[in-house]
Design a protein around this ligand. Structure first.
Ligand SMILES: Cc1cc2nc3c(=O)[nH]c(=O)nc-3n(C[C@H](O)[C@H](O)[C@H](O)COP(=O)(O)OP(=O)(O)OC[C@H]3O[C@@H](n4cnc5c(N)ncnc54)[C@H](O)[C@@H]3O)c2cc1C
Ligand code: FES
Length: 252
């Protein structure tokens, strides 16, 4: 079931000049939301932003009926969203997409930059299900690191920064946690990083799920602008995905 409803902004937290977290209050009881699902946001006040913008659900607080979104400013739509103030309303279509399928009892989450957005809620769901998780986050420097305390409370956190300001120096692909054995891997972030992690997972026969951020218009299966080439032919990223087993994707 999909909903098209208003949420109220309860907090707009600036992480860096181009990264912010919106905490949003739902005025009814939140429906079930799977980790890895996303929302389509109507951006008001910007005539050039006609289509809704797809954003992953970063976290869910069921007790308070709140969700949070981690957003990077890349253009007009996200810039407009960054100006939202406490008390303002925002219209969302939600929850969209398939969400993660959880396999096994020892899992690794790998995230790069703001693409890691869906992993916080995934780590929360894994902990609620008594599944042991390690999370590896890669970013440019310590200033780009977000939700560190929350990750630490839910999972074993490992960090790689390009300048070595936190965790190991280098890319996530060079982190020693990748030498350990896992039942499954969940990866979100830049495509080259997801391809590198999927390759490594394939070599070790570990199922690897990736979250695709294809361009989307409708977000619920009618415009066909988000198709991706899979082993079973073209699939819509917004409905069959955005989470895919990497071995199903032609490009991976
Ligand atoms: C399922 C899904 C989940 C996403 N989750 C998040 C999230 O949690 N946080 C977040 O910050 N962003 C996320 N994105 C990307 C986000 O939707 C785009 O950055 C946003 O729509 C850009 O809107 P804009 O008006 O600011 O920029 P535009 O003016 O539309 O574009 C500015 C630049 O961003 C690029 N861009 C536009 N749309 C996308 C897209 N879908 N993917 C990649 N690049 C794009 C354009 O090519 C252009 O270079 C997600 C995308 C998808 C499909
Ligand atoms: S975004 Fe319209 S079909 Fe996927």
């Amino acid at each position: 079931m999909k909903y098209c409803k208003d949420f109220i902004v309860v907090e707009n937290e600036t992480i860096t000049p181009t990264l912010f977290i919106l905490k949003l209050q739902y005025l009814e009881t939140l429906p079930e939301i799977k980790a890895g699902q996303f929302v389509e946001i109507m951006v008001k006040g910007e005539a050039n932003v006609f289509l809704r913008r797809p954003i992953s659900i970063h976290d869910v607080d069921k007790d308070r009926n709140q969700i949070s979104l981690l957003i990077q400013i890349v253009g007009k739509g996200t810039e407009e969203l960054s100006k939202l103030k406490k008390g303002e309303s925002l219209n969302l279509i939600f929850p969209l997409g398939n969400g993660f399928t959880i396999i096994g009892k020892k899992v690794l989450l790998v995230g790069g930059g703001c693409g890691a957005a869906p992993l916080l809620y995934l780590a929360r769901v894994l902990k609620q299900n008594q599944i042991k998780s390690d999370i590896l986050i890669g970013c440019r420097d310590i200033k780009q690191l977000f939700s560190k305390k929350e990750y630490e409370s839910l999972s074993n956190l490992h960090i790689a920064t390009e300048d070595g300001s936190c965790g190991i120096k280098g890319l996530v692909t060079s982190h020693p946690i990748l030498d350990e054995d896992f039942d499954s891997i969940y990866c979100c972030g830049p495509t080259p990083m997801m391809k590198a992690i999927s390759k490594l997972a394939k070599e070790r026969n570990i199922p690897c799920y990736v979250s695709l951020e294809h361009k989307m218009a409708c977000g619920f299966g009618v415009c066909l602008c988000c198709v991706v080439d899979t082993n079973q032919g073209n699939k819509r990223t917004c409905t069959t995905g955005p989470i895919f087993l990497s071995s199903e994707l032609k490009d991976f």
